[in-house]
Design a protein around this ligand. Sequence first.
Ligand code: NAD
Length: 293
Amino acid sequence: MEIIDGNKLAKTIKEELAQEVEQIKANGGKIPHLAAVLVGNDPASQSYVRSKVRSCEMVGFESTMITPDADVSEAELLDIVKQLNENPEIDGFIVQLPLPAHIDAEKVTLAIDPKKDVDGFHPQNFGRMALGLPCYLPATPFGIITMLDRYGIETSGKHCVVLGRSNIVGTPISLLLSRKAKVGNCTVTITHSRTKNIGEELRRADIIVAAIGIPHFVKANMVKDGAVVIDVGINRVDDATAKRGYRLVGDVDYAEVAPKSSFITPVPGGVGPMTVTSLLLNTLRASRKEVYD
Ligand code: NAD
């Protein structure tokens, strides 16, 4: 069994990006610039956005944080999006989700210029991904693909079972793994809350991607020997011995499943750090106009 170390891989990719930035500086080019819009003061969102901005600083990207209050109107937020769309200094930007209930998140996502949509959430980027056209890949699936690639894990001809069908993880990773691509060519089964006998489906998997948000859902008896296990879940469980009173666990029962697997991602320290790295890679591509002219 080999652990897929997301922290280590993310560090390596950040070092590569820092070198790219040095090269750009030496050539007098434009330093990639990411903006993040964080509405309100939800602690989890604050911590995600802080980590994204800190990562920009680590690699030498420029970053801008815009932090409207939770009572910002939808029209005001749409105006912020418009200004970011039109600002030539900003290569890409994200609007951290979830948004307060009085704002229509779909409307905001649709207002983002696809050329600057480095989260890859705009339907234009999603559609281009489905068609295999140049696009910004959504950050978490992009991180998973990068992990499989960098660890040299063969995907071609393998049977992959994805748990969960969300628009940000389950559905896009299913599309990506079945595409005709270096990391792809899998036979993919998507499972979800209405799937009958998930254990039976999972036991046929060479590769499992678990993204349902239920702590320790995947047990050893659902996994075949030698499977590759990618655990996307981030779940808080009470833990009186932990300083914060809780700890983070994945959707996979790591202690049980790890000994049966050939490769496995831990939680924390697996897919999570790669999500931020993907955002940086998308921002670099945006600054180079690699996807759209
Ligand atoms: P979501 O909550 O939007 O959707 C959950 C999916 O799981 C749904 O498609 C649903 O059909 C399926 N599901 C729910 N209960 C099920 C059951 N009993 N059996 C089978 N399927 C079931 O999911 P999401 O936004 O993709 O998030 C999933 C998990 O991944 C969460 O823990 C989230 O915190 C985590 N996450 C992590 C990262 C990261 O960077 N590591 C990024 C995004 C999400």
